[in-house]
Design a protein around this ligand. Structure first.
Ligand code: CUK
Ligand code: CUA
Length: 629
């Protein structure tokens, strides 16, 4: 049916023909009669596009993707690894959520990592960003915020597991997060979004909001401890860093410090706060800080008039803050304003020296369309901004936008591409680094509406892949995703060196090994039950298709910890441990040790089994726990 459109294979008309197709479908009546476009049609169409651009989205079975994509999972609380350009989901990394398959949040190893928030089972992860050296991804860590419980976590990219988690004190809702790009990621920076009383001990109430503040949070990336916080005027939303290791910038959408929607959008202007890292570190060294809420985290005063910050007025309620890939600009995205504000990073030295006024740092404020939320960049001087309300990506040229601002008659808009629908973040391949390559753009669309088979009232979102290697953006793939990737990064596979099996000395389970040592057990060679009062530790090995221990006995009411060490050295042979009817299960990958604790609260015979399919005799990989009364 699409082929009656002669232009169907014309790359530049792809989005229009797609639209026409939907128009026709609608005419026929909800697609009841219309034949859907077959996969083959779409493939041939996209193939034609790709051939023209020389940037193929096709990764054939058995072939590997060129990029690792790290996608946040929003209120699913996790991080996902995608293969780009195939858009295949390669792995899920549980972070702030609890995971049935791997036992994340249930195992003792993961609870130790979650630390003081081990009891929290939810999260809202927005911004995954990788550690850098000299403005380039270094393949070491991915950091991610938890807006729901004010946390920041770190993922170790050699094992692709969360290895540190920190609850940020003195703030509520950690939102925008980025890393220091140069000279290396010493700090992870993130915004405390919701303003709260500085001492939130119940004395400051709901009426008088004069003591309410938002804090900028600076975290030591290696230790994953708070370095310091900076008190600001207004709230904070998104943030980014320069490429020189000197400045960070954050958007503020509620400079009014309003407590209701109406109050939050009264002022015509809000602002971007710029932080001078050197000034902050000097204030810290000089002891110019206070502490709050009974903790020892130093809080610097970066409110208006302070030497640590500058406030640049921009049209009201800005959202995304993105550093251009050439390191020259901070771009604040207007959201309620159809514009973005381009701040010259070069001019910030003069601003901090009070030689120019805040608005003098703005080199252009191009009008792009309705609802600009986030901007990404290529390696040719172009920017790509999501227009939430227009459901479009607008491609625009930064130099031309600046020329137009200076009175030149030049059209800085290069193209507007329909996306489906309502995009939030977008991101280009390696687009926040010096290695920006201008190949791919992903648009994270909040709504999918009619793009997929209906699956009930709750719909997937739609992550669209766009080829930006040519002069025109070309939509090449729809990718349904579950709630809710806010942001993503695409890292060239040459930067990554994931391990294939665990090193036995890995710190991930070192404390478990230390506990075994205290019990006099070598987990690698021994299968043993250790009783310690009403606590029982069951050490067993696993090698496909058997557990080292076929049966063990405990007493009713015992607290039982099962510690399994996977002796298999064969890549990909992961075992599981599940105690039926006890809500207990976990994953043990090759050469790993994992442990889980539960109460033996049911008498009699209780079967345990391996729940990761590992062998032809996987079903037989089970054993009995006998609970004596
Ligand atoms: S925010 Cu979600 S679309 Cu948390 Cu980066 Cu803009
Ligand atoms: Cu071991 Cu299944």
């Amino acid at each position: 049916m699409i082929n009656d459109d002669k232009n169907a294979n014309e790359p530049k008309l792809e989005s229009e023909s797609r639209r026409k197709f939907f128009g026709k479908t609608a005419l026929v009546g909800a697609g009841a009669v219309a034949a859907p476009m077959t996969a083959a049609m779409f493939v041939s169409m996209a193939k034609a596009n790709a051939a023209e651009a020389g940037n193929s989205p096709f990764v054939h079975p058995g072939d590997l993707d060129e990029y690792y994509g790290f996608w946040s999972g929003g209120h699913s609380g996790e991080v996902r690894i995608m293969g780009v350009p195939s858009m295949r989901e390669l792995m899920r990394i549980p972070v702030f959520n609890t995971d049935s398959a791997t036992g994340w949040g249930l195992t003792n190893e993961s609870k130790r990592i979650k630390g003081d928030s081990a009891h929290l089972l939810t999260g809202d992860s927005h911004h995954p960003h990788m550690s850098m050296t000299d403005g380039r991804y270094n393949g070491k860590y991915v950091f991610i915020n938890d807006k729901a419980n004010s946390r920041v976590a770190r993922i170790r990219c050699d094992i692709m597991k969360t290895d540190k988690m920190l609850t940020v004190p003195n703030v509520q809702a950690v939102h925008g997060l980025r890393v220091q790009k140069a000279p290396y990621t010493k700090y992870v920076v993130c915004n405390g979004e919701f303003e709260i009383p500085m001492n939130n001990d119940g004395k400051a109430g709901m009426k008088d909001v004069s003591s309410y503040r938002s804090l900028y949070n600076v975290i030591d990336a290696e230790k994953m401890e708070m370095a310091f916080q900076v008190m600001v005027d207004g709230n904070l939303d998104n943030t980014d860093a320069d490429f020189d290791g000197k400045y960070f910038a954050s958007t503020c959408y509620n400079s009014e410090m309003g407590m209701s929607l109406g109050e939050m959008i009264t002022a015509e202007r809000d602002h971007v706060v710029v932080f001078s890292l050197a000034a902050c570190e000097a204030a810290l060294k000089a002891g110019k800080f206070k502490t709050y809420n009974g903790n020892s985290v130093p809080v610097l005063d970066g409110r208006k008039g302070s030497s640590l910050t500058r406030y640049i007025p921009v049209p009201k309620s800005p959202h995304g803050l993105n550093t251009s890939a050439n390191g020259e600009y901070f771009v604040a995205n207007g959201k309620l304003s159809p514009t973005v504000s381009i701040i010259s990073i070069k001019k910030l030295d003069a601003l901090f020296a009070d030689k120019i006024k805040p608005r003098d740092t703005i080199v252009a404020e191009p009008e792009l369309g309705l609802g600009p939320l986030h901007t990404a960049f290529d390696n040719k001087g172009n920017a790509y901004t999501t227009l939430f309300l227009d459901s479009q990506i607008v491609k625009w040229n930064v130099k031309d936008a600046i020329a137009a601002h200076n009175g030149k008659k030049v059209n800085y808009i290069r193209q507007k591409l329909d996306v489906h629908y309502q995009p939030g973040h977008n991101h280009t391949s390696q687009g926040e680094t010096r290695d920006v390559d201008g190949k791919w753009l992903v648009s994270l669309c909040k709504f999918s509406k009619d793009r997929f088979l209906p699956v009930g009232p709750l719909r997937p979102e739609n992550d669209q892949l766009i080829d930006i290697s040519g002069d025109e953006m070309k939509l090449v793939h729809d990718g349904p995703t579950f709630a809710e990737p806010h942001d993503c990064i695409m890292v060239h596979r040459s930067k990554m060196k994931p391990l294939k099996i665990w090193p036995r000395t890995d710190p991930f389970f070192a404390e478990t090994i230390a506990m075994a040592k205290k019990d006099g057990v070598d987990v690698y060679t021994q299968n043993k039950v250790i009783r310690d009062g009403s606590k029982v530790r069951v050490y067993m090995t696993s090698i496909a298709p058997t557990f080292g221990m076929n049966e063990f006995t405990v007493k009713l009411g015992d607290e039982v910890t099962v510690i399994v060490t996977n002796l298999d050295q064969v890549e990909d042979v992961t075992h599981g441990f599940c105690m039926t009817n006890h809500g207990v299960q976990m994953e043990i990958s090759p050469q790993a040790t994992a442990s889980i604790t539960f109460k033996a609260d049911k008498p009699g015979v209780q079967w345990y089994y391996c729940n990761w399919f590992c062998h032809a005799l996987h079903m037989e990989m089970r054993g009995r726990m006998f609970v004596e009364t």
